[in-house]
Design a protein around this ligand. Structure first.
Ligand code: ADP
Length: 169
């Protein structure tokens, strides 16, 4: 029931030809929560212009951590990784936007924070791979998989940010 004038502003943001709208799962790991970096980390994605569609503080059970990192099961650091992720609450986020998966990985920086570029979250805020403060999905497929894993359907919210027409022409 929008007026045609409003549709003229909002419609372009709904046209898929502008680029594929992706979802990514971003998580502040327990060290980020303990170090008081939650606001700082959320802020990087918020300021960039992506859309937050899900957000919660959550104590991750062991079976969920193992499912999330199942591709790393054979790695020697796997048991320590599971202990780390389940050691305290994490902040789970779903973010949406054109190109959000690759862009979020760039904002996060390299897995090893000592190799991560200054200006990235890990480059600015962390010093060790085993305490690298944040997770981001590595593909659109994993973005969908991980959001479905960490969130219930009713925890994901669709909305149109007021700033949408000022982010994309
Ligand atoms: P990313 O999180 O950058 O996508 P990976 O998928 O390779 O990196 O690894 C997942 C997570 O496992 C890392 O973010 C880090 O917390 C942990 N990890 C990876 N490699 C190591 C390592 N060599 N030692 C300890 N922890 C590691």
């Amino acid at each position: 029931s929008r007026s045609s004038k409003q549709s003229g502003i909002f419609l372009p943001h709904l046209i898929a030809s502008l680029g594929e709208i992706e979802q990514t799962y971003i998580m502040v790991k327990p060290d980020g929560v303990q170090r008081g970096l939650v606001g700082e980390i959320i802020s990087r994605f918020e300021k960039k212009g992506f859309k937050l569609t899900g957000l919660k503080l959550f104590q991750c059970p062991k079976d969920l951590a193992e499912e999330h990192y199942k591709d790393l099961k054979a790695k020697p650091f796997f048991p320590k990784l599971i202990d780390y992720i389940t050691s305290g609450p994490v902040v789970c986020m779903a973010w949406e936007g054109v190109g959000v998966v690759a862009s979020a990985r760039k904002l996060i920086g390299s897995t090893d924070p000592l190799q991560a570029e200054p200006g990235t979250i890990r480059g600015d805020l962390a010093v060790q791979t085993g305490r690298n403060v944040v997770h981001g999905s590595d593909s659109p497929e994993n973005g969908k998989r991980e959001i479905a894993l960490w969130f219930n359907e009713n925890e994901i919210n669709q909305w149109t940010p007021a700033q949408a027409p000022w982010l994309r022409e």
